[in-house]
Design a binder for this molecule. Sequence first.
Ligand code: MN
Length: 152
Amino acid sequence: MTGQSGIRGFGDFRWEAVEHRRYKKDGSAPFRDISRQVLFEEPALGCELRYFEMAPGGYSTLERHQHMHGVMVFRGHGHCLLGTEVRAVKPFDLVTIPAWTWHQFRATNGEAFGFLCLVNRDRDRPQLPTEAEMLALRGIAAVAAFLDGNVG
Ligand code: MN
């Protein structure tokens, strides 16, 4: 689709001619039951718009990186970790994720939970928390509850 003009219809949280990639928990993966659709990846735009969706109980990777994200919740209710803050989020809340800020999304409401994510086309590899960083995050009660899936 790159470089082409076109109208791609939407239905059932998928878009025409957009590849739907679903990732399953495989025991070692830091994410669970999440799918990705890349909606726009035109080089001339310099950014990509992606749609991520988690099945109930699913979650995105807990990570941080130099590049930032602009996120709009698009489907369902869930929770978001941003830095050391845990927040319930819903359509069409906006989440701005600055550089080097821990972030994770969780489908905590027993329903599919999806968000649009605007991101630079050129971006660094995400970092995962070290054991020490994870311990520090878990030192915050609300964050520990979030990581254990005990919110919502
Ligand atoms: Mn990220």
